[in-house]
Design a protein. Structure first.
Length: 234
């Protein structure tokens, strides 16, 4: 399979690149810094074609499309993993710039990536889009009060909720092609921006996602999952 993974240079993204590559697939990690491109090229010397672009900018649509075309005419899986953390959790302190920055990456970045890869997905026999969401984007969980003591940022929660709506919109439009579109919460990851209750290593989350995805069927489209754990409520 040909797998494109945004934010493929660190954390969960890098581990997803690693697990797909180790299992014989061709990977297209998308990164925005030249040093990340060099690192990936030196780490994965075959079946890996890093793509240099910044999905927070509209130019990335053409850049992604043109760079993919140099290597293949189809993409089987697009994993929208790229993201940035939010900081402010108090309404009196949150800035509209932070809100716009996170919405731009977590939601509009997915829009740009899908626009750039749609032609290549249509050429696949089993095309799938996986959006890396978060439990914090669940309106059901938020309204239950589950996160009341977590001091989670306004910007991250709002951006992930918007991304979840985008997942549903994409599923309803692309389902007839058919292209499967699914949101996943990868687990509470132990990263530099991880939550206070983080309990999962990125490499374990990547392995879970890989196993779940390889064994999943068409009925995952339009749904929200924690892989190998449960289907989640929006």
């Amino acid at each position: 399979m040909n797998v494109l993974i945004t934010g493929g240079n660190r954390g969960l993204g890098l581990e997803l690149v690693r697990v797909f590559h180790e299992n014989g697939h061709t990977v297209f990690p998308v990164v925005k810094r030249k040093e990340s491109l060099v690192f990936l090229s030196e780490t994965f010397t075959d079946r890996c074609s890093p793509i240099l672009t910044d999905i927070s900018k509209d130019e990335s649509i053409v850049e992604l499309t043109s760079q993919i075309s140099l290597h293949t005419n189809h993409i089987d899986i697009v994993i929208n993993n790229a993201g940035i953390p939010g900081k402010t959790y108090e309404i009196e302190k949150v800035s509209t710039q932070e809100l716009m920055d996170l919405f731009n990456v977590h939601c509009l970045g997915v829009v740009r990536t899908v626009q750039a890869t749609l032609t290549y997905l249509r050429n696949s026999t089993n095309p799938r889009i996986i959006n890396l969401s978060s439990r914090l984007g669940s309106l059901s969980k938020m309204s239950s009060g589950e996160f009341a003591k977590g001091k989670f940022s306004y910007s991250y929660r709002i951006a992930k909720a918007a991304q979840n709506m985008l997942t549903l919109c994409l599923d309803q439009e692309l389902g007839d092609i058919p292209i499967s579109v699914t949101a996943i919460h990868p687990g509470k990851l132990q990263t530099s921006s991880g939550a206070y209750d983080a309990n999962m290593r990125p490499e374990d989350a990547a392995t879970n996602i890989y196993s779940w995805l390889l064994n999943s069927k068409r009925d995952i489209s339009g749904k929200f999952f924690e892989p190998l754990v449960t289907e989640m409520n929006w």
